[in-house]
Design a protein around this ligand. Structure first.
Ligand SMILES: Cc1ncc(C[n+]2csc(CCOP(=O)(O)OP(=O)(O)O)c2C)c(N)n1
Ligand code: SF4
Ligand SMILES: [Mg+2]
Length: 286
């Protein structure tokens, strides 16, 4: 096997992102992480929803499924169930993940499929030219909230901890080396891994700039116990500073483990399904 580089995972398509968009750095960190895993591009599948961040799979040469808004996760889960040998990575933005797709995040966490979810959070809807998203700062006035922001912001890492998502981390796009290491661990984690990434939109969000992010972030202590959910929650609760690193990393049965167990139980009860015809199955419901 030839040694892989980040470039081994890039497609020939040039990103259509604005010049300083944070998503470029996420693409660099992700493809560098893919190279570390050494998994062949044709053994990886990426899914995404809709938005600027969701364009990322076009810029890799892995298989890709650009789904509809908010539906990156159900597509990824289906792909993994159909073919457990594939490495499956979903990507999207904060709107895609936590507005229209919010429900899927809850249930993916419950199912614990062996897939990775990377959310590029710019705290705004970038693609549709700057509306408030669920993670927007309460003071961010936009065309849809010209006087005052109506809704409170959500806290993605705290939410994931409450769902017992089995791997939870946060990175910043400018800290590419740390982000790459986090993504490698997320991909190698057995179960649902969630990586929350700060990735500024330089066009529409004047509250989340590279400068403000640098001021805001702080590393989790080196000896942070990633099995301690309550301690992780206490770090996740604070917005200032915003902690970076791996919050939580546990092992619990994956969706695949559970489906295999159910298959075993049913085989014990009814024997090999190959011995049944479709008519035999239909008769059970007569
Ligand atoms: C069903 C549906 N509703 C609304 C839209 C319009 N729409 C496209 S992208 C988007 C928000 C994207 O925001 P985010 O996920 O944060 O991605 P970003 O562009 O900021 O990277 C919306 C509302 C759509 N495409 N489909
Ligand atoms: S609008 Fe914002 S999120 Fe979209 S490409 Fe431009 S900088 Fe990036
Ligand atoms: Mg966004």
């Amino acid at each position: 096997m030839l040694t892989k580089t980040a470039q081994s995972y890039r497609s020939k398509t040039n990103p259509s992102w604005c010049q300083d968009c944070g998503d470029y750095k996420v693409l660099d960190a992700l493809t560098a992480a893919m190279a570390v895993t050494g998994v062949e591009p044709h053994d990886m599948v990426m899914t995404s929803g809709v938005g600027c961040a969701s364009r990322l799979p076009f810029y890799t040469n892995c298989y890709g499924f650009h789904t509809v808004h908010g539906r990156a996760l159900p597509a990824a889960i289906g792909i993994k169930v159909a073919n457990k040998e594939r490495t499956v990575i979903s990507v999207g933005g904060d709107g895609d993940a936590f507005s229209i797709g919010g429900n899927h995040f809850i249930h993916a966490s419950r199912k614990n499929p062996d897939i990775t979810y990377i959310v590029m959070d710019n705290e705004i809807y970038g693609m549709t030219k700057g509306q408030n998203s669920p993670t927007s700062h309460e003071d961010l006035l936009t065309k849809i909230n010209p006087y005052e922001v109506i809704e409170d912001r959500i806290n993605p890492v705290l939410m994931a901890l409450s769902f017992n998502t089995s791997f939870i981390a946060r990175g910043y796009c400018e800290d590419e080396e740390q982000l790459k290491d986090i993504i490698v661990k997320a991909i190698q984690h057995r179960g649902f891994s969630f990586v929350h990434v700060l990735s500024p939109c330089t066009q529409y969000n004047h509250k989340v700039t590279y400068e403000s992010c640098r001021k805001r972030i702080k590393q989790l202590p080196e000896n942070h116990d990633t099995k301690d959910r309550i301690l992780s929650m206490s770090y996740a609760l604070t917005q200032e500073p915003l902690y970076m690193g791996i919050f939580y990393d546990i092992q619990r049965p994956t969706l695949h483990d559970k489906l295999e167990h159910i298959r075993e139980l049913s085989m014990n009860e009814i024997g090999n399904p190959a011995n049944y015809t479709l008519n035999d199955v239909i008769k059970q419901f007569e």
